[in-house]
Design a protein around this ligand. Sequence first.
Ligand code: AMP
Ligand code: MG
Length: 184
Amino acid sequence: MAKRLDLILVVDVEATCWEGNPPRGEENEIIEVGVCMLEVSSGQRRDRRSILVRPERSRVSPFCTALTTLTQADVDAGVSFREACAVLQGELKAQDRLWASYGDYDRRMFERQCQARGVPFPFGPGHLNVKTLFAVTHALPRELGMAEALERVGLPLKGTHHRGGDDAYNIAGLLAHLLLAARR
Ligand code: AMP
Ligand code: MG
């Protein structure tokens, strides 16, 4: 099917983490998939979703809760990684749409976890790296973190930084800013 270019799926994942390496027997796993739909024609942000995902090979550490606000109880109430991918592929039509994230981290996490669990990769081949796009459109010598990029263009950081849903919303705002600037 031809790629649909009306909406871009902006995605931001949170994962189990520790101050250093994972404890023995545990590994970084996706615990939240934040999604914000960006309407290309208007630059408006539409639906916003936060899909909490139950980890299978790790637990949410106090360090991870301090970073993300997510607790083990929160993610225990979530869906399996396979179900989260099914929502992306089914309801959100992730195979047919362009998707975007800030940096390479989110794409790599999906690639790695899909491969490790034998879950089909839910996205199509069209991925936009907003972090790189932001740096080159502004002719910066290096890429900026999300908070720095927002500050640079005078956009507020809405919600809680390091929560997938809020991060996706803010990244969609950055992408909208770049799209609209190109049409002026
Ligand atoms: P972010 O989208 O910036 O919230 O980061 C996504 C994930 O990267 C987090 O859920 C953590 O698993 C990991 N991460 C981000 N920042 C840190 C940090 N300072 N220390 C350890 N892990 C981190
Ligand atoms: Mg995040």
